[in-house]
Design a protein around this ligand. Structure first.
Ligand code: ATP
Ligand code: MG
Length: 487
């Protein structure tokens, strides 16, 4: 817009300079020619000759296009068509522009004039000029035309720039939006093309082909690791069974112990292979899981029951808080596995005497499962990576595990069209802990029936007394979300 407007401005300025400038120069030339004529007369015939010539010229020009005034040094008129010396010409000599205050010839007052003023020998003063009112009007016309022209140019440039950039940004926005979705895990999406084969279409085509290639390579890698797991499972099972038979057959205690350890190792390896295959199967299964309406709070309660003993062994404070009848559509076994993995992690990565909290609640139409702990936490830079298979954070490598638990959680969430978010439970502290939030699309609940149950398990030694309250209950403090924490 700026380049366009500047070019138009320069063009108009050039036209103005060539027209108005040319006309002003022409007026000046005419005045100069008149002065030359008068000077010649003065040289030849003296002052009287000059006065005669001025009178002659005035009488030949009833329109008073040319202006003359010849006066004594105290401005007493000797000849000319102006009555009085213009005020402006008293203080200046040379070229002046002034407004006529009187009626000269046929033309009225208030007209614009341009003149040259000088002193003739002996203190006499001479003014020779032209009525330039027409020229001034023309200049004003051109100026107005230029102003309008600039205005219209700016408006057109703005509109054109807006329309052009809008269509460009729109198409870039489409590409951006799609890439963002793809980065968020929807790897099957592709950037739409218009079929016009313009630059944007070609860009989109290239990006799409690049994505196809990436997916193809990823599939290849996944396929290889899955086939390894699959193909090694049978011989490994055979090996394990043979070891077990050997274990039965030998009498030697040391040999028995070694064989026992080998069987345990083989079991661990098989478990890893099974987990790997399970994840692989989940990922290829897409959304076709065996979905049923289930109540997430009951399912999570069951899982908690299973793990409470484990937390108790580590003297951990285990708290559950559930909204009631948090219905979702899902696969019970998979969800149970997911919740178990999360609670297992929370207990495993939280030191003794730590706190674990499991929460199920509504958030608008969504169901939220939150597992928080006060353990070692995961650094921000690694929060994304822990969902990769076999990824384990440095600090936790000494603890048992394969780094497959969260990969499975992620695959299960994906199947249920949910989302996972990791955050620090106590940000900034030495042990920041971890909160894993899984958001799942809920089945439309009957809002009036939302109740909350809080179960508090005391650290080992304390009795596990379930306390069930409704938000209206006398012993409960309820917060805005309806979740109740027992005092
Ligand atoms: N609650 C948590 N607190 C701190 N770190 C965690 C927590 N949960 C997971 N992690 C980190 O993320 C890594 C991956 O977790 P994931 O559950 O996938 O594997 P794992 O627990 O190591 O092994 P597996 O679950 O297969 O037995 C863990 O090794 C650990 O470093
Ligand atoms: Mg785990």
């Amino acid at each position: 817009m700026v380049v366009f407007a500047t070019s138009v401005f320069l063009l108009l300025a050039f036209i103005y300079w060539r027209t108005a400038g040319f006309m002003t120069a022409q007026t000046d030339e005419t005045i100069e020619a008149e002065i030359a004529g008068l000077a010649e007369q003065y040289r030849g015939r003296g002052i009287n000759g000059l006065i005669t010539l001025i009178r002659e010229r005035v009488s030949r020009d009833p329109n008073a296009k040319s202006l003359y005034l010849f006066t004594t040094d105290d401005y007493v008129k000797l000849a000319g068509n102006l009555k009085s010396w213009p005020e402006k010409a008293r203080s200046n000599s040379g070229w002046i522009n002034f407004t006529l205050n009187e009626k000269v010839g046929w033309s009225g007052p208030k007209r614009q004039a341009r003149a040259r003023v000088f002193e003739v020998q002996g203190g006499l003063r001479l003014l020779v000029g032209r009525d330039v009112d027409d020229l001034t009007t023309l200049k004003k016309l051109i100026e107005t035309a230029i102003n309008w022209g600039m205005g219209i140019t700016l408006a057109l440039a703005l509109l054109g720039g807006f329309l052009m950039s809008r269509s460009t940004t729109r198409r870039i926005e489409v590409i951006n939006n799609t890439s963002r979705k793809i980065m968020n895990g929807h790897l099957s999406l592709r950037i739409p093309t218009r079929g016009t084969q313009d630059d944007f279409d070609q860009l989109a085509d290239n990006l799409n082909r690049m994505l196809d290639r990436i997916v193809y390579l990823m599939e290849g890698i996944r396929h290889v690791s899955d086939s390894i797991a699959h193909d090694l499972r049978t011989p490994l099972t055979r090996l394990r069974n043979q070891l077990e038979s050997t274990l039965m057959a030998v009498d030697n205690d040391e040999a028995r112990e070694q064989a026992g350890r080998a069987v345990a190792e083989a079991d661990q390896l098989l478990a890893t292979f099974n987990a790997l295959l399970r994840i692989a199967r989940l990922e290829t299964r897409g959304n076709s899981a065996d979905m049923k309406a289930i109540s997430l709070d009951l399912l999570v309660s069951d899982a908690c029951e299973l793990y409470e003993a484990l937390a108790e062994d580590k003297h951990q404070y285990f708290e559950q808080s559930m909204d009631e009848e948090v219905m979702i559509e899902g696969d019970r076994d998979l969800l149970f596995q997911m919740v178990s993995n999360l609670i297992d992690n929370a207990i495993k990565y939280t030191p003794e005497e730590g706190e674990i909290a499991v929460r199920v609640r509504f958030d608008g139409p969504d169901a939220i499962l939150e597992v928080s702990d006060s353990g070692i936490g995961i650094p921000d830079s690694e929060k994304d990576q822990v969902f990769q298979r076999f990824y384990r954070v440095g600090k936790s490598r000494s603890l048992p595990g394969n780094g497959l638990g969260l990969s499975l959680v992620s695959a299960v969430t994906e199947i249920h069209q949910g989302a996972i978010q990791l955050s620090d439970h106590h940000p900034g502290q030495d042990h920041p802990g971890l909160t894993v939030q899984v958001r799942l699309p809920g089945l439309q609940p009957d809002k009036k029936r939302i109740k909350t149950t809080t179960v508090k398990a005391l650290p080992a030694g304390g009795d596990e007394t379930p306390i069930t309250d409704s938000p209206e209950g006398p012993h409960a403090e309820s917060d805005a979300s309806g979740t109740t924490r027992s005092a």
